[in-house]
Unconditional design. Structure first.
Length: 309
């Protein structure tokens, strides 16, 4: 996972910090957008350098079938501070309200807390973030999955991080999707879920055992071919932006490439562009615009980018 930091203020690393995680938002966002699950340890490695962490709190309705088993995974990975936000009286899930209530409780009970970090992209938190920052003089940071962060929430915070999956994450997600699809096909012909999974596991093992010791080199995998094509699309868009004196952002580049090329997905373009950033062919830099605002734009190493593979 790549953690893209956008900071208006940078003096926060030593601040006493409380962290509030909307785990439903994180879990469901990863599942729907990337067919994956939260990597809690990887995220905490990134967040713990952004402040002196006093406490982390996880919020969610863990009675939902999709979140079954996540309480144990959170405890094993990081924390036992889990706040149940289950539905009551058949009302809409109110994890957000419980999380907000806890934020204000900590604000009152722990006045020495200097920074509040929220893991959510939900715009409902924007007014609270504005209050904490402007009226209580607190530093506020936001973590969100890339592409699901409310723009007003991002603007209200001192800094925010958009989490972008790396190419390896995408390949793993694609493999999971393929296995799930095959498993469902077996279930369709009368197998139980356990029988279907066992069938796929044994099938994969038999394929490996049947391979020759010195197999003939396989042709170029489909993803290598598609990644090369997406690379050309991205470079073409960035070259057009340079020639037309535009300042392309990460998000806008993905949108334009997907709009102009019907055979690629947003997830695929994000993965390739993120990999190009990670390997140094493209940098994300903050520039001042004519109207006095700041914009995170892409800066291309034109001398080396064609060698990206």
């Amino acid at each position: 996972m790549i953690y893209n930091l956008n900071a208006k203020d940078t003096d926060f690393a030593g601040a006493k910090t409380m962290v509030f995680i909307d785990y439903e938002y994180w879990f469901l966002g990863m599942k729907k957008q990337h067919n994956s699950v939260p990597d809690i340890r990887s995220w905490f490695t990134d967040v713990k350098v952004k402040g002196q962490i006093v406490e982390t709190l996880f919020f969610g309705d863990f009675t939902q079938s999709e979140l079954k088993g996540e309480v144990e995974r959170i405890r094993a990975s990081l924390s036992s501070n889990i706040v149940d936000g289950r539905k009551s009286n058949n009302q809409k899930d109110h994890s957000d309200f419980i999380m907000l209530n806890n934020i204000y409780q900590k604000l009152i009970k722990l006045p020495d807390i200097e920074q509040f970090i929220l893991f959510t992209g939900d715009g409902h938190f924007q007014s609270s973030v504005t209050f904490l920052r402007n009226f209580m003089d607190k530093i506020v940071g936001i973590y969100a999955t890339e592409g699901s962060l409310n723009s007003q929430l991002a603007e209200a915070a001192n800094w925010y991080v958009e989490m972008v999956p790396e190419e390896a994450d995408m390949v793993a997600a694609a493999n999971r999707a393929a296995v799930n699809s095959m498993t469902m096909n077996q279930m369709a012909v009368g197998m139980t879920p356990n029988q279907a999974v066992t069938y796929q596991t044994n099938r994969h093992r038999n394929i490996l055992l049947s391979e020759p010791r010195n197999p003939i080199p396989a042709p170029t995998p489909w993803w290598d071919v598609k990644r090369f094509e997406i690379k050309k699309m991205i470079i073409g868009n960035l070259r057009w932006a340079r020639e037309n004196d535009r300042m392309p952002s990460f998000k806008r580049t993905v949108e334009v490439v997907c709009k102009n090329n019907f055979n690629v997905t947003e997830f695929e373009v994000k993965s390739v562009l993120s990999d190009m950033v990670k390997k140094g062919f493209i940098r994300q830099v903050t520039v001042d615009t004519a109207n006095g605002n700041q914009l995170m734009t892409l800066e291309v190493d034109w001398d080396s980018i064609e060698s990206y593979s």
